[in-house]
Design a protein around this ligand. Structure first.
Ligand code: NGQ
Ligand code: ZN
Length: 455
């Protein structure tokens, strides 16, 4: 239900799904939703106003280990050796550390232009696997961090039950991730009590390695999984495809489609290694491909078949995943550059002559990210949440740019952020490049990191 109009803003140029419009009036109601978008005068926002970007994949705690896994190890370094480093780091994080790290990360996300984050959360219990006195303590730390930073959250508590495709038990370092189906459903139910316009609770299945077939069936049959976003890591590494073929006789994406009604509620995170048939199948299903190009590069995953997927009208969005980079600009830039490097061509994401690569990617990621988040975001239209970015129109890089070139310049021509102001749900969280609470949040983060470094 629409509330009372609280504020009227005017954008010199407003990004809409159809392109830029001039002198657009945005009416924001007192619940932070857009009551209407039309013509008229309000408080002037700036020259270039666009929807905030949803970040569809985050493991917040990993922000604090960014840069600590870049030294050569004793064996051949790979995704799997990185994972051991990550597990050791994860073991040091409790609720207070998680809240401090996540709040800092979320401030950085907002300043980079992300206004919603899908948190794929699996650090549930104490390091030895014993639940906290309050079993949802770690999830609550994330909810609180998002509230402090002012970013909207899709919280995806992760079901994690086994240590491999063969159903082997969790390794000691994975024990704190684990649930059985009933305790997982209890966690979901307790978290749903916190839902609001800025907090959605969905479901995450860690991977086909971690969720046995029978548990998948139970979750999908339960009412708790109806009508909410469902995310899963899939086909990120060749080794994973090989193990799935060996134990289940099918490739991961192929197996998933044979065992689950995959549709637009689903986000398939990474989906890097696909046969042509799997690429077409994901595109047809309406599921979102959750691409995390900077992490996928950092971990040596491989390249997603972008051109075929876009040709097949597939839905995609981006995430910052391990947070070695926190910027939708860099994710989209590297999504395109990976393809250019491997095909030795240019302008891969654009389909038709004259199409802009930047606009195509920004528009696609808004739509896919919104779908993955399960909330009315990603578009500045009536009944959507008022999540917007104002670009720095005084930046030299944007001098003399017009509607045809501004997004390409934003995505491909810079290093310093061009995001000047950020609004989430009608509230200003960043103004003039400064987050409303960044000093306190950074100071707390520093002291937590210094304490962790002493152990
Ligand atoms: C994760 N991250 O859960 O944090 C995973 C690694 C795994 C990425 N896949 C662990 N990027 O897949 O087992
Ligand atoms: Zn992940």
């Amino acid at each position: 239900m629409a509330g009372t109009i609280a504020t009227r803003y005017t954008a010199d140029r407003l990004w809409t799904p159809q392109g830029w419009t001039s002198d657009a009036l945005l009416e924001v109601d007192d619940g932070g939703m857009l009551a209407g978008v039309g013509a008229g005068e309000g408080e002037r926002l700036g020259r270039w106003v666009l929807p905030g970007m949803p970040n569809l994949h985050s493991h917040a705690f990993q922000r604090a280990m960014a840069g600590l896994a870049e030294r050569k190890g004793k064996s051949d370094d790979s995704f799997w050796t990185w994972r051991e480093t990550m597990y050791a780091f994860a073991a040091t994080i409790g609720p207070d550390e998680l809240q401090a790290i996540a709040a800092q990360l979320y401030v950085e996300m907002l300043k980079a232009g992300y206004t919603q984050v899908c948190e794929f959360h699996y650090l549930h219990h104490q390091p030895d696997g014993t639940p906290y006195a309050q079993p949802e303590a770690m999830s609550l730390a994330l909810i609180e961090a998002a509230r402090e930073a002012g970013i909207a959250l899709t919280l995806l508590p992760v079901l994690y039950m086994s240590g491999g495709f063969d159903g082997r038990p969790l390794a000691p370092r994975q024990r704190r991730f684990g649930h059985d189906v009933p305790s997982y459903l209890r966690l979901l139910e307790s978290l749903r009590a916190h839902e609001s316009d800025k907090l959605r609770v969905g479901i995450a299945l860690h991977s086909l390695r971690a969720v046995p077939e029978d548990a998948l069936r139970q979750i999908l049959a339960n009412d708790a999984s109806k009508d909410c976003p469902i995310h899963i890591h899939i086909a990120e590494q060749i080794g994973e495809v090989q193990d799935c073929l060996a134990t289940r006789g099918a490739r991961p994406v192929e197996w998933l489609f044979d065992h689950a009604p995959v549709d637009a509620r689903w986000t398939l995170v990474h989906a890097t290694h696909l046969s042509d048939a799997e690429t077409a199948q994901i595109a047809r299903s309406g599921a979102v491909a959750g691409l995390c190009p900077t992490t996928e590069a950092n971990l040596g995953d491989g390249l997603f078949p972008l051109a075929d997927y876009i040709d097949a009208k597939g839905t995609l969005g981006v995430g910052s995943d391990s947070h070695i980079s926190v910027s939708p600009v860099e994710e989209l830039r590297w999504l395109e550059y990976g393809q250019r490097l491997s095909t030795r061509h240019r302008n891969i994401a654009a389909c038709h002559q004259g199409d802009s690569v930047g606009e195509t990617l920004w528009r696609a990621a808004l739509h896919g990210g919104a779908t993955a988040s399960g909330l009315p975001i990603g578009e500045l239209r009536a009944n959507a949440r008022a999540d917007l970015l104002v670009l720095d129109d005084r930046a030299p890089l944007l001098a003399a740019r017009d509607e045809r070139s501004v997004i390409d310049s934003f995505l491909f021509a810079g290093n310093a952020s061009l995001v000047r102001d950020v609004m989430v749900g009608g509230e200003w969280v960043v103004r003039g490049f400064v987050h409303r609470d960044e000093e306190r949040i950074a100071a707390r983060y520093r002291s937590v990191m210094e304490r962790l470094a002493q152990h």
